[in-house]
Write a protein that binds this ligand. Structure first.
Ligand SMILES: [Zn+2]
Length: 117
């Protein structure tokens, strides 16, 4: 260890099995689209694809920051990353329930035939 002694325990058999399972999942994932290879490399004509949108309000903020930074000739380096916070200081976990409530409401509004939003 770089900082102090290594106080981690040795891996148990279960730790090794979990890591092997994780590696198997990673190995099955397509490097191009992220789906399991058995789906996106499968030539079975019954399989179709529909493109869905995932809306994140943080990404545009990050992109705008990176674009403004790229115009700064004096900028040397560093990686920009998002940190979400509540303007009143509430802990972030208090927003979890409202998110899942919002998700449930969106699913109620969705067309039950195709399961999309
Ligand atoms: Zn793929």
């Amino acid at each position: 260890m770089i900082l102090g002694a290594d106080n981690r325990k040795k891996w148990s058999k279960q730790d090794v099995l979990v890591m092997q399972a994780y590696q198997m999942v990673q190995d099955e994932r397509c490097t191009q689209c992220g789906l399991p290879r058995w789906l996106c490399h499968n030539k079975d004509a019954r399989l179709q694809v529909r493109i869905k949108e995932d809306e994140c309000w943080v990404k545009p903020e990050l992109k705008a920051h990176e674009e403004s930074r790229s115009k700064d000739d004096n900028f040397i380096g560093g990686t920009a990353y998002p940190e979400v916070y509540d303007r009143r200081g509430a802990p972030l976990h208090t927003f979890r329930a409202s998110y899942y409530k919002q998700l449930a409401e969106e699913r109620e509004d969705a067309d039950p035939e195709d399961g999309s939003f």
